[in-house]
Design a protein. Structure first.
Length: 352
């Protein structure tokens, strides 16, 4: 069946632009919408705008988030994520296609901050920042200890008290906020100042608090500064269960400021006791060595004396034999022998 042409101005065909504008006004009247879907086809050009699509089992909807909004996101939007997205529906004039102009998004399951933290953790781990082989040994006897924490908290007093009790060592303190917007910058600045001052080891931390207050110690700049620090770093954030990224990047981790101080300096009393034990062991060893030396000396002395006596006896025998031999060769001995022989001869002649 043929369609009759428009017979009046009222039935005049609309232009494509008119239809697009009409659709745009209709969608705009809906207002703000929330929708949930799986992210696909993410693109972020140099302009900073974010282009992506949301899909479910039946449909796909293109979406755009302008740069000013995308920069406020705490996590990266990536393909495969399931998001709850807020925005307004509109029509892209050039194609006439409907799309979502998003101004906010959050993970449908994991919270935005938790997802952002996990993404940062994976990124830094891929760079090797948490690698065990990067961990440096702590100095046994540091000449100076640097502490970056709030001077108003209990942490700094715990550290000072512990160091003075164990092995008094000079401590340099950089006052820094440990929570709040300015905390990451102050922590980084404090570390740099103490490194320039010539400390041998750094303690960076706080004296406990809620897990939500770990934000400063999960900040990328703080974590990278710890990783690049030219001296070993002890993280003392004060949580047994909730590990911060600073804990993972540091050369050593302590659950409390007191434990951090115990890692930073040796126990002087234990060292003294160990030295005493070692001295007693050395004394016993020296006495044992001397006793063996005396016994060896006595044994060698007796052996030398016996050999000397035997040598003297042999020499006396040789001298005695030589004496008799020499005596037999003396002229008197010859005359005596001749006289004896002559006397024997005279007796025999007289008897004849």
């Amino acid at each position: 069946m043929a369609v009759a042409p428009p017979s009046s101005t009222r039935e005049r065909p609309l232009s494509v632009a008119d239809v697009v504008r009409l659709a745009s006004r209709t969608l705009d009247a809906i207002g703000v919408v929330w929708l949930e879907g799986e992210v696909t086809q993410v693109t972020k050009p140099a302009s900073g705008h974010l282009y992506f699509s949301l899909r479910d089992k039946d449909s796909v909807l293109p979406a755009v988030m302008w740069g000013r909004d995308s920069q406020r996101m705490k996590f990266r939007i990536e393909p495969g994520q399931r998001l709850r997205v807020r925005g307004r529906l509109g029509v892209y004039d050039r194609t006439g296609g409907m799309q979502l102009y998003a101004d906010f998004a959050e993970p449908a399951g994991l919270g935005a901050e938790a997802l952002a933290l996990e993404q940062l953790k994976q990124k830094l781990a891929a760079e090797g920042i948490f690698a065990p082989q990067k961990k440096r040994p702590l100095p046994r006897f540091p000449r100076r200890i640097g502490v970056v924490t709030s001077k108003h908290g209990a942490a700094v007093h715990d550290i000072i008290r512990t160091v003075q009790r164990r092995l008094p060592t000079p401590i340099l303190i950089a006052d820094a906020a440990v929570q709040g917007e300015n905390a990451p910058h102050q922590i980084v600045q404090g570390m740099a100042m103490l490194v320039r001052a010539g400390v041998d080891v750094l303690i960076v931390g706080r004296g406990g608090g809620a897990a939500t207050d770990l934000t400063a110690f999960n900040h990328e700049r703080v974590v990278r500064t710890i990783s690049r620090c030219p001296v070993p770093v002890i993280s003392a954030v004060g949580h047994e269960v909730d590990l911060s990224l600073a804990d993972l990047a540091a050369d050593a981790r302590a659950s409390t400021p007191t434990a951090a101080a115990e890692l930073a300096v040796a126990d002087g009393a234990a060292i003294v006791e160990a030295l005493r034990k070692e001295r007693r062991r050395l004394d016993r060893e020296i006495h044992h060595v001397l006793d063996r030396a005396r016994q060896d000396l006595d044994r060698h002395t007796m052996a030398l004396h016996a050999r000397g006596e035997r040598a003297l006896a042999a020499t006396r025998g040789q001298l005695h034999a030589l004496h008799h031999k020499l005596a037999g060769l003396h002229p008197r001995a010859k005359i005596l022998r001749h006289r004896t022989a002559l006397s024997d001869l005279e007796r025999r002649l007289a008897a004849a």
